[in-house]
Design a protein around this ligand. Structure first.
Ligand SMILES: Nc1ncnc2c1ncn2[C@@H]1O[C@H](COP(=O)(O)OP(=O)(O)OP(=O)(O)O)[C@@H](O)[C@H]1O
Length: 332
C-alpha cells in the first residue's frame, strides 16, 4: 500500500556555536493510509525535528538537510515548493504538545475556529471557497459534538478552558480541514493520566472513523500502546526498529527496544535503567549509535551502521545482532 507519508534516507544537522549537531541519520519512516504510527524514543532523539521538517518549521539559518526525501501524498515536502506549502494546515495538520501556547489568548475560541474554517477547511463539494456561514456553523457544531464539547465553549477565551478542553479543541481544529494525516507531538504530556487516556482514545476513535492517518510522537510507551497500530523506535537520530504494536511490546528484536521496555516500572521489581547516556549529537558514535550502550556489541557495530532489514511480518530491525526477546509487559 502506498504510504501517505514516506520519509526515506533523510538526514539533518544543525549548525551550533560549538559545532555541527548531527541530529537525524538517514531516517526511514512510513505512515500508510488510515494508520496510526507511533514515533517512540527518549527525549532528544529527534522526534520533533522530523516533525518540524515535515511541517516546514525548521530554523532556516541553522538547519542543514544532508539528503533524503520527505513525500506527503507524493509531494516533496523539503523542496519548499508551493504544493508543499499548500498541503500544510490542510492535508497535514498538527496537534501540539502545549495546548495553551497554540491559541491566540486575545480571541475567543469561536473566532479562532471560524478563522480556521475560512482559510483551511473544504466545503461540502471539496472546494475551499463559497461556503455559506450556515455550512461553516454546521461543520463547527458537528465537530464540537464529535470531541464532546458543548457549543458554549465557542464564547470562551483560551484561559477559561481546562487543559483537557483545550486539547479537545485542538483535535477538532486538526480534523476540521479534513486532512489526510494528523501529526501529534506528545499531545497529552501536559495532562493527568486519566485525561491522557480519554484524549488518546478520542483521537484514535475520530481518526479511525474518518480514515485519517496519525503520526504520534511520544516518549511514553503506555501512550503508544493506547493508540498505535505500528510503532517506529528511534535512538539518537537513527530508526532502530519498526513493527506492529503487539510485536513491539511482546517480541522486540533490537537490544535498545528490549532495554526500553525492561526499563518500564513494574510492581514488585526495581526499574532496570539502561546503563550509559544518550550520545552528544555533536559527536555521535560511528556505526550504530546505540553501540556504546549495547550488551550485544561487536566490532562491526562501531564501524557500520546496520540497515533496516526484515525480522518478521511487517517487522524491520536495524541491528547486526538482532534476536527475538520475549518481553511481556504488565499491561499488555
Ligand atoms: N535549532 C536547533 N539547534 C541545535 N540543535 C537542535 C535544534 N533543535 C533541536 N536540536 C537538537 O536536536 C536533538 C533532537 O531534538 P528534538 O527536539 O528533535 O528531540 P525530541 O526527541 O523531540 O525530544 P523531546 O521529546 O524532548 O521533544 C537534540 O539534541 C536537540 O538539542
Amino acid at each position: 500500500m502506498t504510504a501517505i507519508l514516506d520519509i526515506g534516507e533523510f538526514s539533518l544537522s544543525f549548525r551550533t556555536a560549538t559545532g555541527t549537531a548531527h541530529v537525524l541519520d538517514r531516517i526511514d519512516l512510513a505512515v500508510r493510509p488510515g494508520e496510526i504510527v507511533g514515533l517512540v524514543g527518549e527525549s532528544g532523539c529527534g522526534k520533533t525535528t522530523i516533525i518540524r521538517a515535515i511541517l516546514g518549521t525548521l530554523p532556516e539559518r541553522t538547519a542543514q538537510i544532508g539528503g533524503g526525501r520527505i513525500l506527503l501524498d507524493g509531494v516533496d515536502m523539503i523542496g519548499g515548493g508551493k504544493a508543499a506549502q499548500s498541503m500544510r494546515g490542510r492535508d497535514v495538520t498538527f496537534v501540539p504538545q502545549d495546548p495553551f501556547a497554540s491559541f491566540n489568548p486575545l480571541f475567543r475560541i469561536g473566532t479562532q475556529i471560524r478563522d480556521l474554517m475560512r482559510w483551511r477547511a473544504p466545503g461540502p463539494n471539496g472546494s475551499r471557497s463559497g461556503r455559506s456561514p450556515q455550512i461553516v456553523e454546521a461543520a463547527v457544531s458537528a465537530m464540537l459534538d464529535a470531541v464532546q464539547l458543548p457549543p458554549a465553549i465557542l464564547a470562551k477565551y483560551p484561559h477559561e478552558l481546562s487543559g483537557g478542553q483545550r486539547q479537545r479543541v485542538l483535535i477538532a481544529m486538526a480534523l476540521l480541514p479534513q486532512p489526510r494525516i494528523i501529526i501529534a507531538d506528545e499531545p497529552t504530556t501536559a495532562l493527568d493520566v486519566i485525561l491522557q487516556a480519554q484524549i488518546l482514545s478520542l483521537l484514535r476513535r475520530l481518526a479511525v472513523e474518518r480514515g485519517v492517518s496519525v503520526l504520534f510522537a511520544t516518549h511514553d510507551l503506555a501512550a503508544a500502546w493506547e493508540i498505535c497500530d505500528r510503532i517506529t523506535v528511534m535512538y539518537a537520530g537513527q530508526i532502530v526498529e519498526v513493527g506492529p504494536r503487539e510485536t513491539f511490546f511482546n517480541k522486540p528484536h533490537h537490544p535498545y527496544t528490549r532495554m526500553l521496555l525492561a526499563s518500564l516500572p513494574e510492581p514488585g521489581r526495581d526499574p532496570r535503567v539502561i546503563p550509559g547516556g544518550v550520545p552528544n549529537p555533536l559527536h555521535p558514535p560511528e556505526g550504530c549509535r546505540f553501540n556504546p550502550r549495547c550488551p550485544n556489541v561487536s566490532a562491526t557495530c562501531a564501524e557500520t551502521r546496520p540497515k533496516l532489514s526484515t525480522a518478521g511480518s511487517d517487522h524491520l530491525v536495524a541491528c547486526h545482532h538482532p534476536g527475538a526477546f520475549d518481553v511481556r509487559i504488565a499491561h499488555a
